[in-house]
Design a protein. Structure first.
Length: 282
């Protein structure tokens, strides 16, 4: 049985990290849901916009796999860039889609966690003041609809870089949103807050860059594994990433990657057959 995780929120959950900036993560036991079915994960996982890229879910899943070598993990991408908390209201399309996708996943998996990152679109004193109340309704109904009253909810903080970017004027109230996210996590059962301390952004000053997304994924997993709030960066984050990046590919993974290169037109048929034969002889 696949252990699945629902991804909801806005663009920093969907992921906007530049794929070219970090090594890829490829593991035949990490799946993503597409059209209600499971396929081997590839990035971008959460393709909500043409700008979609590296998010936190891949390194979260790879960290999970380090502790669960015999099991499979599945990611359910439902985040949507630029969305506010009101856009996630329980009578709206985003919430209903997330419930629908999660129910599809529950047919062939056990839903083990919910990953949330959102708040940049609610950076005003007025919206921050209402955040806990509104978010409580969303999560309470989500838990009831999916029958997951005790499943961990992992909530990520907003980046401290937000006021420094070219759109910084719009994010002056981000500390209030971060406080609201922490307040929710500390006052609601099975909810855990993860810090974004020390993480950096793309040139837009809004989205976590690819490396920061990798690190944030490790932090989300640590909070999930230990069922604790994470107020500081994880020790040896770089070493854990090295372990993930340097995991030897299985024969199946080598074949799948080769097929992908051939399908994308990056190698010709002769090269494909030669490499396929070489893999078969290993």
């Amino acid at each position: 049985m696949i252990h699945s995780f629902l991804m909801i929120g806005q663009s920093n959950m969907a992921g906007r990290g530049y794929v070219k900036e970090v090594p890829s993560i490829f593991d035949e036991h990490i799946k993503m849901q597409r059209n209600g079915l499971w396929q081997i994960m590839s990035e971008p996982i959460n393709f909500d916009r043409p700008s979609s890229g590296v998010g936190l879910a891949a390194s979260f899943a790879a960290s999970w796999r380090l502790d669960n070598e015999q099991d499979e993990i599945g990611l359910i991408p439902c985040a949507d860039g630029g969305t506010s908390l009101d856009d996630w209201a329980i009578d709206g399309a985003l919430f209903q889609n997330a419930v629908s996708q999660a129910r599809l996943a529950q047919r062939t998996s056990t839903l083990k966690g919910v990953l949330w990152h959102q708040g940049e679109n609610d950076c005003s004193p007025e919206k921050a003041a209402q955040y806990v109340e509104k978010f409580s309704v969303i999560i309470d109904v989500l838990r009831k609809e999916l029958n997951i009253p005790e499943v961990p909810l992992i909530i990520g903080g907003l980046g401290d870089y937000l006021t420094n970017g070219i759109f910084g004027q719009y994010f002056r109230s981000y500390p209030l949103v971060n406080q609201a996210l922490q307040d929710f996590a500390h006052t609601h059962a099975n909810s855990y807050f993860v810090t974004a301390k020390g993480l950096t952004s793309n040139p837009d000053g809004i989205h976590f860059n690819a490396l920061s997304q990798r690190l944030l994924g490790l932090r989300y997993y640590n909070a999930y594994r230990d069922l604790k709030h994470l107020s500081d960066p994880v020790n040896d984050e770089g070493k854990v990433l090295d372990i993930i990046y340097n995991r030897p590919y299985t024969k199946t993974e080598k074949v799948k990657l080769l097929e992908q290169e051939f399908a994308l037109g990056n190698i010709d048929s002769k090269n494909y057959l030669e490499q396929l034969t070489s893999i078969g002889q290993e």
